[in-house]
Ligand binder design. Structure first.
Ligand SMILES: *[C@@H]1O[C@H](CO)[C@@H](O)[C@H](O)[C@H]1NC(C)=O
Ligand SMILES: *[C@@H]1O[C@H](CO)[C@@H](O)[C@H](O)[C@H]1NC(C)=O
Length: 505
């Protein structure tokens, strides 16, 4: 079952901008490599030879074929096997943003190749899903039939119906979100593969034009998504989000003009975006975007004159019982990104309750990361497989059923419920690096498989961890001054066997 998705933070913040060491007992390098491994566990399609997560096999090999399209690949959303285009695009955007912002930090942790691979697994799929300018395949499988069964992806018997948006059935939100993902990934790939980067950008531009010209909410066109990832805030925010990323990717003033001129009509200044300083004629509007971003940050930092985000007694930001951790990871990422921007411009965050220097923002972000990794009332790591005490009954079909390599016979739809879902044993496969939904508002957490609000991981929740952990890793090693504008390291497929494999061996 997939949780409701980021109505607050999804596409609601864009910081297009560019310390002192923190003493830490946590190994953020290990946390980083593991959080990337989770994306391997979520891979659909034909797995590559360098797949590290060995309990997974090929799956979804005829996705899209019923409709005459090849939609093999991409990511399963969570503990289920639907490929939801909207959160997948958000996850790829956040992975790409992590890479753009913290490339040196990721490289220093030897995770550059794994990060690029995680992004490309998503973008290769988006390219398949977008073969004509005004058609985007936005979903494969559906929540209702998928959730009826508890089986491994490799055994899937559920319908793999594909759903699209087009000129007559528009979906500006999903098309805009995918355009943003491709534009961001195009920036991320530029130093490593310029032809691939250009290809991603071409698709991003086409998708944005499609989203803008044929306007509509995608859940009016793909109604089966409504119970899972509805278009909560409409499509206006995604249009602005896509245009902002396209401006960042192209430097084309037309996109910036779009963001500014539509800021009121599309509600942009009603939520938080911040643009970099390439903005002469548009300062006033961009200042409004910045004010919204700062309001959001101050509220998270508990410095907003009483209008703050709630926190648990144990010190975790608290938004919702259902997969609260996705909000925590996104907020903490935005804090480290903004702290970097402030440090670069030698400034502080002005909150209603006082000025906050970048180091204090980093400290707050780190408090959230520490909570995630075990500094909490349950002394539990909500990142699976990190240190000794972590959830063992993760709500995840593949992790909860013995691997095909050990149990080759198919496990049927309802058989999976009887033998595996209802089992009192812990999962046979440790799904390393999965960020589960996490505790409730009183830091309570019940590690049972049926408790999907707390024990299910999602790709959307995991993606911002990459930038967060990469930054904290550098800081914990006392190398807080790593510049993000440095020369990119050469990337080679062969050189990327990560620390993760050693850890797992
Ligand atoms: C760049 O991307 C293209 C298109 O996906 C791929 O065929 C090629 O092998 C990549 N080049 C490198 C150097 O990775
Ligand atoms: C916009 O802001 C930048 C940086 O703060 C400044 O250099 C520039 O003069 C401003 N432009 C206008 C038209 O106000």
């Amino acid at each position: 079952m997939a949780k409701l998705f980021l109505p607050l933070t999804l596409a609601s913040l864009l910081l297009l901008a560019s310390s002192s060491p923190l003493a830490s007992t946590f190994d953020y390098g290990e946390a980083l490599s593991k959080s990337l491994l989770f994306f391997e566990a979520q891979r659909s399609g034909k797995l590559p030879a360098n797949q590290h997560v060995k309990w997974r096999g090929d799956s979804g090999l005829s996705d899209g074929f019923m409709q005459g399209v090849d939609l093999v690949g991409g990511y399963y959303d969570a503990g289920d096997h639907v490929k939801f285009g909207f959160p997948m695009a958000y996850a790829v955007t956040m992975l790409s943003w992590s890479l753009i912002k913290f490339e040196e930090e990721i490289a220093a942790a030897n995770q550059l190749g794994n990060t690029l691979d995680a992004i490309r697994w998503g973008t290769d799929y988006f390219l398949k899903a977008h073969r004509q300018p005004n058609v985007l395949w936005a979903q494969v499988g559906d929540g209702d039939t998928d959730h009826y069964c508890w089986e491994r992806a490799e055994d899937m018997t559920t319908p793999r119906t594909a759903f699209k948006v087009d000129t007559e059935h528009p979906g500006s939100d999903v098309a805009g979100e995918t355009a943003a993902a491709l534009a961001a990934a195009s920036i991320g790939f530029r130093p490593f593969n310029s032809s691939y980067s250009n290809l991603l950008l071409l698709h991003a531009k086409q998708l944005f034009a499609f989203a803008d010209m044929f306007r509509g909410k995608y859940d009016d066109s793909i109604t089966v998504v409504r119970e899972y990832y509805p278009s909560v805030t409409g499509y206006h925010d995604e249009l602005l989000w896509a245009a902002a990323w396209l401006f960042e990717a192209t430097d084309d003033q037309e996109y910036l003009k779009y963001v500014v001129e539509n800021s009121a009509s599309l509600g942009g200044t009603g939520w938080a975006v911040l643009m970099q300083n390439r903005d002469g004629p548009y300062n006033a509007t961009l200042k409004q975007y910045q004010a919204k971003a700062e309001f959001f940050l101050c509220a998270n930092l508990q410095k907003n004159n009483g209008y703050n985000v709630a926190m648990t007694p144990g010190g975790l930001l608290y938004i919702d019982d259902w997969n609260n951790m996705q909000y925590v990871s996104a907020s903490a990422f935005l804090m480290v990104a903004y702290a970097d921007y402030l440090a670069l411009t030698n400034s502080k965050l002005n909150c209603p309750d006082g000025q906050v220097p970048p180091q204090d923002i980093l400290k707050f972000a780190e408090s959230q990361a520490e909570y995630i990794l075990g500094k909490n009332p349950k002394s539990m790591s909500y990142l699976v497989g990190y240190q000794g005490n972590y959830p063992t009954n993760v709500h995840h079909r593949g992790a909860s059923i013995e691997s095909k390599s050990i149990l080759p016979a198919s496990v049927g739809c309802t058989e999976g419920f009887e033998h595996w879902y209802d089992s009192k044993q812990g999962n046979p496969n440790v799904i390393f690096g999965a960020l589960v939904g996490g505790p409730d508002q009183l830091d309570r957490f019940v590690d049972i498989r049926s408790n999907y609000e707390q024990t299910e991981p999602t790709i959307a929740g995991n993606a911002p961890l990459v930038g967060l952990f990469a930054k904290l890793n550098i800081l914990s090693k006392g190398q807080g001054n790593v510049q993000t504008e440095g020369k990119p390291k050469p990337y080679s497929e062969a050189g990327v066997l990560s620390k993760a494999t050693e850890d797992l061996a």
